[in-house]
Design a protein around this ligand. Structure first.
Ligand SMILES: [Zn+2]
Length: 148
């Protein structure tokens, strides 16, 4: 990840791991590296190079060996898509940016996502699906008469 993005995140008080290996499958080689990773909230950020990942604004296929480069690019993009999907299936939130994107913008988006994840931990049961006991009026707990 570009240094500027990292310092923009630091300025926002975020702590993260850099260049962290992430397992996207169970095979021995099914590992990719997240540029910036927030392990606790499981947010992985990738900043893709404009050339190697085929940015629509900045990728220009070299004239020499054009077919080779095209092939290479398609393979990279396919791998990116596969890694993203596999990580998401494993519960990761995956954010991808282009290296040309404004570092402050990238940092702002990353922070917003991380903070949203932090305030809404995954383990907490979803209130829309839990059926819970009947919402009885205030009478249930107040009137415990009797006893000895
Ligand atoms: Zn670009």
């Amino acid at each position: 990840m570009p240094r500027l993005c990292e310092s923009a995140l630091h300025r926002r008080g975020e702590r993260f791991r850099k260049d962290l290996p992430l397992r996207w499958g169970d095979g021995p080689r099914q590992i990719t590296r997240g540029d910036v990773v927030f392990t606790r909230v499981r947010v992985a950020v990738f900043v893709d190079g404009c050339f190697w990942h085929g940015c629509p604004d900045h990728f220009h296929a070299p004239r020499h060996n054009a077919a080779y480069w095209r092939q290479k690019l398609l393979a990279n993009q396919a791998r990116d898509a596969r890694n993203t999907a596999a990580l998401r299936a494993r519960g990761w939130t995956v954010l991808r940016f282009w290296e040309h994107e404004e570092p402050e913008d990238v940092a702002a988006i990353v922070c917003a996502v991380v903070r949203a994840r932090r305030s809404r931990p995954e383990r907490r049961p979803d209130p829309t699906t839990t059926k819970g006991p009947h919402e009885a009026g205030p009478s249930t707990s107040t009137t415990t008469s009797g006893g000895r």
